[in-house]
Design a binder for this molecule. Structure first.
Ligand code: HEC
Length: 130
């Protein structure tokens, strides 16, 4: 069976317009990698979106005081987050306790919002890869 079918496929593939399997293969591989590519789950993707939004909308907004390239912010009161690259735990701690001139967000944001910000800042600054 294969012996008979394969030459038929080969012949069909000579025409550029034909939709034979070997012509479709690169498309199938590309489609497959699109599904596999996202490094994190849908939950984390949602956290990233929420965190990015909170970075500029929390009151007071992180963006006022911090530079973070991904968020397009250029605040200069606090450290440049792209440089200090704080990990998830460090962002969470700063948000819960405050630090120096930075206020605590414990009474301003929910736990879910603080986790979203920690996820976003740690990833966007390059501290955490996944
Ligand atoms: C009023 C200005 C201000 C705002 C608003 C602010 N920060 Fe800060 N932040 C600072 C300052 C100043 C420091 C450095 C404090 C120090 O080291 O004494 C800091 C430090 C940090 C650190 C480093 C903590 C560490 O362990 O060194 C992180 C992470 C951080 N801020 C994240 C945020 C996030 C996220 C937000 C928004 C929810 C935010 N900041 C809002 C001023 C601010």
């Amino acid at each position: 069976m294969t012996v008979i079918v394969l030459p038929l496929f080969k012949r069909a593939c000579r025409s550029p317009k034909s939709m034979c399997f070997s012509n479709l293969l690169p498309i199938l591989i590309a489609a497959g990698s699109l599904i596999v590519l996202p490094a994190y789950s849908a939950d984390e993707a949602a956290q990233m979106m929420q965190g990015k939004s909170l970075f500029t909308t929390a009151a007071p907004a992180c963006a006022i005081c911090h530079t973070l390239k991904d968020a397009g912010s250029e605040g200069a009161v606090g450290p440049v987050l792209d440089e200090i690259k704080p990990d998830f735990a460090r962002v969470t701690k700063a948000l819960l306790n405050g630090l120096g001139n930075m206020p605590s967000y414990k009474a301003i944001l929910t736990e879910v919002q603080i986790a979203a910000l920690a996820r976003y800042v740690s990833r966007a600054s390059g501290a955490e890869k996944n």
